[in-house]
Design a protein around this ligand. Structure first.
Ligand SMILES: [Zn+2]
Length: 213
């Protein structure tokens, strides 16, 4: 049996993924957003950058003639998560969400729920990610903007954002192979409100599965 970590609804987990190791992030019940951040284990100031991820995947796509210059925010198999030092941190090996992930949004936070809904103390991804990285000597201010796995939010041509329920079905996953030794933190998003007339997040568990040794 591969090693597994269950992430209960509205909570997070932090763990190490060694270079060459592959993990699956599994959406157990479907339509669950997973906020994902990572750090270089040996120099945690090097960490995920969504902006570098967009620009460097553009170069990958151009070289393989899959796209033209201008970039894409639709990440899928063959793309990489890049660091703020322009290094590949993880490569997407398989993506059952077929590119439906979000690179625009910060993690939901206590401040966000207070400002948007007047709710103090709401469970939130920023606190979950902070708790997950605290054992590694990192803190709230270290959390970079995440890649929001399975989050179905897309910019419209006029710049507004279209929020839709996720496309993942129970058991769908993304598998990621580490290009460097990483500290990874994942939050099972706690967003429990309607947007554009529908719930966009189930508030359900995620599962991390470690493949190989
Ligand atoms: Zn969240």
């Amino acid at each position: 049996m591969p090693k597994e970590i269950m992430i209960p609804p509205m909570s997070g987990a932090g763990f190490i993924v060694k270079r060459g190791q592959t993990i699956k992030v599994i959406d157990v019940e479907g339509q669950q957003i997973g906020d994902f951040v990572c750090f270089n284990l040996h120099n945690p100031r090097e960490r995920l950058s969504t902006g570098e991820t967009v620009i460097f995947n553009t170069l990958t796509n151009v070289s393989s003639k899959m796209s033209t210059l201008g970039g894409s925010i639709y990440l899928t198999a063959g793309n990489h998560f890049y660091s703020n030092l322009q290094n590949s941190m993880l490569e997407i090996i398989e993506d059952r969400a077929h590119g439906v992930h979000d690179l625009l949004y910060a993690p939901c936070s206590s401040a966000f729920y207070m400002k948007a809904f007047g709710e103090p103390g709401h469970k939130n991804c920023r606190d979950n990610l902070t708790a997950a990285v605290t054992p590694f000597g990192l803190s709230y201010i270290d959390i970079p903007d995440p890649i929001n796995l399975f989050q179905n939010t897309r910019p419209r041509l006029d710049g507004t954002i279209d929020h839709r329920p996720g496309v993942t079905k129970p058991g769908d996953f993304i598998s990621l192979k580490a290009s460097m030794d990483c500290i990874v933190a994942v939050s099972s998003c706690a967003f429990d409100k309607e947007l554009d007339g529908a719930r966009i997040n189930r508030c359900s568990p995620l599962k991390i599965q470690f493949l190989g040794d």
